[in-house]
Design a protein around this ligand. Sequence first.
Ligand SMILES: Nc1ncnc2c1ncn2[C@@H]1O[C@H](COP(=O)(O)OP(=O)(O)OP(=O)(O)O)[C@@H](O)[C@H]1O
Ligand SMILES: [Mg+2]
Length: 365
Amino acid sequence: MEHNELRSLLENGLKAESSGNKKEAVSMYKKGLKILNDELQTDNMIVRERVQRQMKSIQTAIDRLAKNEKQDNDGENNGVKILEELGLVLENGSGPAMDEVAGMARVKEEMYTQIIYPLKFPDLAMEFNIKFGGGILLYGPPGNGKTFLIKALAREAKMNFIYVNPSSLYSQWFGNFEKNINNLFRAARMLSPCILFFDELDSLFPSRDQVNSDASRRGVSQFLNEIGGFSSESNERPVVILGATNVPWQLDAAVTRPGRFDRMIYIPPPDHEARKLILEHYLSKIRRAEKVDVDNLARKTEGYSAADLEYICKYTTQRAFLRAVEGNKEEKINEESLNLALKEIKPSVNQAVLEKYERFEKQRA
Ligand SMILES: Nc1ncnc2c1ncn2[C@@H]1O[C@H](COP(=O)(O)OP(=O)(O)OP(=O)(O)O)[C@@H](O)[C@H]1O
Ligand SMILES: [Mg+2]
């Protein structure tokens, strides 16, 4: 009876260990030790010696797991140190809440099923054969929430999140580009499970035919090697790689091959429903806003980006605030003042450019 229990404890411990659940494994092994300890209370020397041998081997397994755990934790510290040397820090979850990102329902769902849930529930992901590897690239015209969404994701995921913003990095990295990329990926592995996000990917990894700097060209190659390496790794130390760009056609073609950024998601300007949500969202923050027919406003703002819509609300508010300061105490935000702002503020991206994105999306499909 006891032996069946012991056997199943040890088997489950092994299973837990092989799926990376060290705590669970240790707990199983310790329960096993307890059963064996009870068996030690016997006068039969042969049995006692056998039990002692078994206990010793289980204890060795527990010690080994504890040592691994310690190394992993040190790995985490080392990972943070490497990041600091690269001028990067772990995101601390100060981004917007997911609810503040208006619209984008489909993209959000994809982020959850492909990233957050598999990282949070690795065992379930394994049972459904959900694999990591490769990366997800968001592309689309400026100001429609690529960066905003990923920052919300970083907050929601509540796990290590490395935000690589090339504008602050590139010059610093110049000359050491390859080595730094290698170190960045090393740090990501140490900090796993983690999300590694390359914002403005195009400026880090432009098409190799179009750049004349050797360093930059070698940087792209190094990046391709590193990201390729992940797809063949197991789920043991998962690193999810994300990117964003508003000039997808300027990326090196190799960057989007299978095993690299092989999932590309187009983030278009908001449609009618999304524009309504965005306008409602930003107007709801202003106590001085009267009830506005957002449906009508959404109809008039086709082609405007999310950031443009935010700016329309902000601009109208600032105007009204000024007038209030100047003495008009009853000043309110209403349809009339919003319509006035609309006349002055034009969409930041013109139709011809939007069509370029649409053509790019079609070509990929
Ligand atoms: N879906 C949205 N809901 C609410 N606000 C949004 C949304 N999308 C964008 N915004 C607002 O617009 C700002 C600019 O968006 P963001 O920086 O994410 O654009 P982007 O797509 O990354 O552009 P770029 O290609 O220039 O990097 C955000 O900081 C946010 O205030
Ligand atoms: Mg951005």
